[in-house]
Design a protein around this ligand. Structure first.
Ligand code: NDP
Length: 292
């Protein structure tokens, strides 16, 4: 029987560590970490995600401020808000929920966020730091994937890893993190040939294609560790939709361990966001101390 990796439990343990760090900062006379969350428009899924992030901040003692802007907000208005938040010393992290409305260039907005406050880890400066093996702010979902992997395999050095997906926010950063952990990494995508055969050779599979249950049981080598990033809604037997991942969960009992969907990678994303906010606040306090 494959071990089911309990993302909720591991995320909650990470939250405990984050809360302890916040308490220590306050006890040391430092400012409470602050996260600004921007939501443009009323996309229902984004509203749910933003609500969860704000609530999670409360749990660990991070100050949160929410900026809900109408869907017709112009790019210049959004950039002006980001400039204000960049300059505000009580804001240590800035998150701009995507997708953004069509009139706004997402890349321009992500580039406008001060890399020191880029707690989503999407800014090219942070992506570059990751690429060179330095400790910048790492994208939250990829960080969460590595935490979950290490809960089962504390030292994955030398293992063969297959990443399915090459997006800038999941596939590529996960691949670099695995490489930095000493894995031998194959990155696959929609043009990859013989994917099942590549999967069968992997000790670790990170699936982030968004294709429901594409990784079948016979793609998986006995004893492999499977991390499922994908989330898709499919019609269930009862007529109600159900959430599934990219891995056919019921077919992989011969794996060593697998993350469920929901309750696997998802909870880690928010926990890593909070951890990043504290990391950013500490780094900004250190910078301020050196410049003073
Ligand atoms: P994207 O759509 O940006 O990327 C999907 C990737 O999968 C692309 O690189 C694509 O290849 C690749 N792909 C598509 N079809 C195949 C195929 N048949 N074989 C191999 N690779 C394929 O998605 P994201 O990276 O943003 O997200 C991936 C999934 O993870 C989604 O389900 C998303 O909802 C979920 N997600 C979950 C999060 C969480 O917190 N749990 C956070 C973020 C995302 P190509 O580049 O060639 O098109």
């Amino acid at each position: 029987m494959a071990e089911i990796i309990d993302g909720k439990k591991i995320a909650s343990q990470l939250d405990d560590r984050t809360k302890t760090q916040v308490d220590e900062m306050i006890a040391a006379g430092m400012e409470r970490p602050g996260l600004a969350v921007i939501l443009v428009g009323a996309d229902p899924a984004s509203q749910v995600y933003v609500g969860r992030k704000i609530k999670a901040c409360e749990k660990v003692g991070i100050n949160s401020s929410e900026y809900r802007l109408p869907a017709e907000t112009s790019q210049d208005e959004l950039l002006a808000l980001i400039a204000r938040l960049n300059a505000d010393p009580s804001v240590h992290g800035i998150l701009c929920q995507v997708p953004l409305p069509r009139q706004i260039d997402t890349q321009k907005v992500l580039l406008a966020i001060d890399p020191a406050k880029d707690v989503d880890g999407f800014h090219p400066v942070n992506a570059g730091l990751l690429f060179t093996g330095s400790r910048g702010l790492v994208a939250c979902t990829p960080s969460g994937v590595i935490e979950l992997l290490k809960s089962v395999v504390p030292d994955p050095t030398g293992l063969d890893a297959l990443v399915i997906g090459r997006s800038n926010i999941v596939g590529k950063p996960v691949a670099i993190l695995l490489l930095n952990e000493g894995c031998t990494v194959t990155v696959s995508h929609s043009k990859t040939r013989d994917l099942p055969e590549k999967a069968r050779r992997a000790d670790i599979i990170v699936a982030a294609s968004g294709i429901p249950e594409m990784v079948k049981g016979d793609w998986v080598k006995p004893g492999a560790v499977l991390l499922d990033v994908g989330i898709s809604r499919v019609p269930g037997a009862s007529g109600k939709d159900r959430l599934v991942g990219d891995i056919a969960f019921d077919e992989v009992q011969h794996a060593r361990a697998v993350t469920p969907v929901p309750g696997g990678v998802g909870p880690m994303t928010i926990a890593c966001l909070l951890a990043n906010t504290v990391q950013a606040a500490k780094a900004q306090a250190d910078d301020a101390a050196t410049t003073n």
